[in-house]
Design a protein around this ligand. Structure first.
Ligand code: ATP
Length: 207
């Protein structure tokens, strides 16, 4: 298979979601025009994207939905649900637990952790909140390698050794702190305030 361009790869979950929806509705095939109307991507782009998977729609027939779904599942492991954990169930952590990536077929928060005794042992939106001392055991049990961090700034670096010990490979860091982690751990920073300020800066600069 040819290497998939990044832009194509980014659209695949979208195609996958809609194809699944059409499949669940009992539809067997779909034209690139129909798919285009559903996902709001122009049909030429769709045809090109799908051609990377060797899927060539036949004129007057369209694409076989089941074939595409199977292909996507096999090639991209889209059907494999990725369970991630959340650490720090404060305001932001709560919001993420409520949200829990409902629109995604393949990622969800399966466990949360906190030091606050008042919430440890409770279940929030179907997600149990464990004490930090259970981190390693629960991550192992649930095969979790990715954690979302929404603890206060002053607490975040201190929990990194525990995450390393628990075998965490990816950190989705919502704190503004630039984390010091050992090699092999990938950190994705999501600094909401910073992003918003950057946007405001550009708006003001263009006045
Ligand atoms: P937010 O910053 O998300 O708006 P908040 O203001 O409600 O949250 P914070 O003080 O930022 O609360 O703490 C977020 C959560 O992180 C709290 O539930 C707190 O108990 C938890 N927390 C604090 N320190 C740690 C730690 N070392 N390990 C795990 N959880 C922690």
């Amino acid at each position: 298979m040819k290497e998939i361009p990044k832009a194509t790869a980014k659209r695949l979950p979208l195609y996958h979601r809609y194809l699944k929806m059409f499949h669940d509705m009992g539809k067997l095939r779909i034209s690139s025009t129909e798919l285009s109307e559903a996902v709001k991507v122009d049909s030429a782009t769709i045809r090109r994207d799908l051609s990377y998977f060797g899927a060539l729609g036949k004129r007057g027939y369209g694409y076989d939905i089941e074939y595409l779904l199977n292909f996507f599942s096999r090639t991209l492991s889209q059907d494999r649900l990725q369970t991630v954990a959340l650490i720090g169930v404060g305001n932001l952590g709560n919001a993420l637990l409520n949200y829990n990536f409902k629109k995604s077929n393949n990622v969800h928060i399966g466990a949360a952790f906190d030091i606050n005794e008042d919430i440890v042992g409770t279940v929030h939106n179907g997600v149990p909140i464990y004490p930090m001392s259970d981190l390693q055991e629960q991550l192992d049990l649930m095969d979790i390698e990715v954690v979302i961090i929404t603890v206060p700034e002053n607490a975040v670096q201190k929990i990194i050794p525990d995450l390393e010990k628990a075998g965490v490979k990816g950190i989705f860091n919502f704190t503004p702190v630039r984390l010091d982690v050992s090699e092999g751990i990938h950190v994705q920073n999501v600094d909401l305030v910073n992003e918003l300020q950057t946007l405001i800066y550009y708006i003001n600069a263009s006045k």
